[in-house]
Design a protein around this ligand. Structure first.
Ligand SMILES: Cc1ncc(COP(=O)(O)O)c(C=O)c1O
Length: 428
C-alpha cells in the first residue's frame, strides 16, 4: 500500500542525498513525448531523461521486449556467451559505425568513457614515445562532460564538476574546443589520445566544426594517437545521423578508434557500450588490446539490456528516426529565427539536440529577480516547466531541448508557443 503520510518533496529532503538540484516535479506516467505528474498535471517532455528516452515514453516495441525477454533470461554472467550480446555488438559495428571493430558493454556513459580511458592507457604502453616511456596524456576539451567517476571527471573540461575532489587522475589536458591552433600547440610527445564530443551537450550544445574535427583526426593519424568520440549524448540518431560526428558534414572519411555510447542506446534502460576499431597495434589489433582480465562489468551486456538496445536500434533504423531528427532540427532552428523569441540571442545544435542561448540582458535580469546564486537557465527552465514544458539547462546560460526522436511537428509547435508565452512573461 502506498504511504502518503509525507509529501514527495519531504521524502527527498529527508531520505535522498542532495547531489542534484532537483525541480519539484514528480513524474508518474509517460507516453511518447507526454508526461504526467502525481497530480495529473501534463508536461510536454522535451528533456527526455536528458537525451535518454529516444523512443519516448512507453514505446510499444520497448514494452514488448520488457515483457518478453525477462521471461527467457534477464541476466547471466559474462563468463558465458549469451547470443544477444554478440548480436548487439555486430549491429553496433556493422550498422552503426560501419567499420570493423569490437564492442564492450557497461551500464552508463561514465563507465563507457572509463573503458576508453583504459584503452588509451594500454595503447600508450603498447606504442610508447620515442624515448621508450609509455604515452599517457589524454587531450579533452574545455566545456566537455564525460562523467563523474574519478577518471571521467578528470577528463571533463569543467571546473565546477571537478573542484573539491582532487587530486584527480592525472595526465589529462583540457584545450579550447574548436580551436585548431591551440590544439596543435597543446600536443606533446606524451599525447596518446583525444577524447571529444562532436556536439558538446552539458557544455551548452556546441557543435564541433568540420575543420576542427578534420584537423584533430589528421593529427591523430600523423602522431599515432587514438581518436575517441564520446557519443553518449549526441549519438544514436539524436543529431540527425546514427553517429553524431557524421551529422556535422564533411567528416565522411573520419572513423574514430574508439566510441562510447549510453543514454539513447537503452532509451530508458541502463546500458553503456564502447567500440574499438580493428586496426593493427604491434602484432595484434586495437580491438583486442583489452584482453581477458583487463576490464569487466558484472551487469554489462546482460541479455535484457542487449535485447532492449537491439530493439532501440532496429526501431530507429526502420522508422528512420535519425533522418526525422535532422528534418525536425532544421525546422526548429528556422522556426526559432522566424519567431524572434525574446531573451534568446542564438539557437544552435544539430537534429534534436538544440540549445537556446540566453542573451546577456536576460541573464542579468534573471539574476536580479532570482538572486545571484540561481543560474538564468534554471530560472527559465523552471518557468517553462510551470507552463508544462520540460527542458534542460546546459550551463548557466543555455536552455536545451532534447525531445524524444518520436516527437511530432505539432508538439514542437506547442513547445514554441509555451516558450513564446513564458519568455514574454519573464521579460516584463
Ligand atoms: C557526453 C556525455 N558523456 C558522458 C556522460 C555520463 O553518462 P552517465 O550519466 O550515463 O554516466 C554524459 C551524461 O550526461 C554525457 O552527456
Amino acid at each position: 500500500m502506498e504511504n502518503h503520510d509525507i509529501t514527495v518533496s519531504q521524502l527527498y529532503d529527508r531520505f535522498v542525498a542532495p547531489t542534484y538540484g532537483r525541480f519539484p516535479i514528480h513524474p508518474k506516467r509517460g507516453k511518447g513525448a507526454d508526461l504526467w505528474d502525481e497530480n495529473g498535471k501534463h508536461y510536454l517532455d522535451f528533456s527526455a531523461g536528458v537525451a535518454v528516452n529516444s523512443l519516448g515514453h512507453a514505446h510499444p516495441a520497448l514494452l514488448e521486449v520488457f515483457a518478453s525477454q525477462p521471461a527467457d533470461l534477464s541476466h547471466c554472467s559474462n563468463l558465458y556467451q549469451p547470443r544477444g550480446q554478440g548480436e548487439l555488438a555486430r549491429m553496433l559495428t556493422e550498422q552503426v559505425v560501419q567499420a570493423p571493430g569490437k564492442c564492450f558493454f557497461s551500464n552508463s556513459g561514465t563507465e563507457a568513457n572509463e573503458g576508453l580511458i583504459k584503452l588509451a592507457r594500454r595503447f600508450g604502453e603498447a606504442v610508447p614515445a620515442a624515448n621508450g616511456n609509455p604515452r599517457r596524456e589524454i587531450i579533452s576539451f574545455l566545456g566537455s562532460f564525460h562523467g563523474r567517476s574519478t577518471g571521467a571527471m578528470a577528463a571533463t573540461g569543467q571546473d565546477k564538476v571537478r573542484s573539491g575532489f582532487g587530486p584527480l587522475m592525472g595526465n589529462f589536458v583540457h584545450l579550447p574546443f574548436n580551436d585548431i591552433e591551440a590544439f596543435h600547440q597543446g600536443l606533446t610527445e606524451d599525447s596518446v589520445a583525444v577524447l571529444l564530443e562532436a556536439v558538446q551537450g552539458e557544455g551548452g550544445v556546441r557543435v564541433a566544426t568540420p575543420e576542427f574535427l578534420g584537423a584533430v583526426a589528421e593529427s591523430c593519424r600523423e602522431r599515432n594517437m587514438l581518436l575517441l568520440f564520446d557519443e553518449v549524448q549526441c549519438g544514436m540518431g539524436r543529431c540527425g545521423e546514427l553517429n553524431g560526428w557524421r551529422a556535422i558534414g564533411e567528416t565522411d572519411g573520419i572513423i574514430p578508434d574508439g566510441i562510447s555510447w549510453a543514454k539513447g542506446l537503452g532509451a530508458g534502460f541502463p546500458i553503456g557500450a564502447i567500440w574499438f576499431k580493428d586496426r593493427p597495434v604491434g602484432e595484434g589489433s586495437l580491438c583486442d588490446l583489452l584482453g581477458p582480465g583487463s576490464h569487466g562489468a558484472t551487469y554489462g551486456g546482460s541479455p535484457l539490456a542487449c535485447a532492449i538496445a537491439k530493439v532501440v536500434i532496429e526501431t530507429i533504423v526502420s522508422e528512420r528516426l535519425e533522418k526525422k531528427a535532422a528534418v525536425l532540427g532544421d525546422k526548429i532552428i528556422n522556426e526559432a529565427s522566424r519567431r524572434e523569441l525574446p531573451m534568446i540571442s542564438a539557437v544552435r545544435g544539430l537534429g534534436l539536440m538544440i540549445g537556446f542561448q540566453l542573451d546577456s540582458e536576460a541573464i542579468e535580469a534573471m539574476a536580479d529577480s532570482a538572486g545571484k546564486d540561481r543560474a538564468a537557465s534554471l530560472v527559465v527552465v523552471d518557468a517553462l516547466a510551470d507552463e508544462g514544458l520540460l527542458t534542460v539547462p546546459a550551463g548557466s546560460d543555455v536552455v536545451r531541448w532534447l525531445p524524444p526522436l518520436v516527437v511530432t511537428e505539432a508538439e514542437i509547435d506547442k513547445a514554441f508557443d509555451i516558450m513564446d508565452k513564458v519568455l514574454n512573461k519573464l521579460i516584463t
